[in-house]
Design a binder for this molecule. Sequence first.
Ligand SMILES: C[S@@+](CC[C@H](N)C(=O)[O-])C[C@H]1O[C@@H](n2cnc3c(N)ncnc32)[C@H](O)[C@@H]1O
Length: 207
Amino acid sequence: MTLLDTKAHWERIYRTKAPEAVSWYRSHLETSLALIERAVDRTSASIIDVGGGESTLVDDLLARGYENITILDISQTAIDATQKRLGSVAEQVRWLVADITQVELESSTYDVWHDRAVFHFLTEPEQRMAYIRQVVRAVKPGGHVIVSTFGPEGPTKCSGLEVVRYDAESLHDEFGARFRLEESFKELHQTPFGTTQQFLYCYCRIE
Ligand SMILES: C[S@@+](CC[C@H](N)C(=O)[O-])C[C@H]1O[C@@H](n2cnc3c(N)ncnc32)[C@H](O)[C@@H]1O
């Protein structure tokens, strides 16, 4: 898929589906939230949610007092919907509509990089290399990287697109030795349609 196709795909998904009607929907991203809170308890910590979509993670981070949040997504429609849901507090958040493999992020900026169900869409090695270059550039030394993908027994497609499934070892291998693996585990996500999907979470610190 070209970049334009990818963007068009996600705009169409978010224009045609209600927030609670997508397979990855959860009312709260409890696991992500718990990992972020454990990684950084300072509310001044700088956090980026890559491919945040319409998830309520930003609402929950704001409610916990985090003051330095960036939400990035390729879909303007998703960002608009999230901003609308938040109302005036949306002004406290930095918003970026961009492709994570292409955007120019400031260097050494983030204490926490969070991604739930975005990296697994990068099916080409060059895309994955571009993504990892972004993490290395944008996360502060000693910063925290939380990435969640479909696990080895997860679906082979998400939102109609092919994905790469990972176990902790294969995901960590993609990122390389500079990423110190702190924790990894699998989790069964209950979709709004009553089915389950295996997710893998990896939490690393960057040297
Ligand atoms: C499966 S959804 C997950 C959304 C959210 N992280 C969650 O857990 O609810 C994937 C998200 O990644 C975004 N996305 C897909 N490819 C992207 C890319 N290359 N750069 C930035 N965002 C992307 C999509 O627009 C979508 O919001």
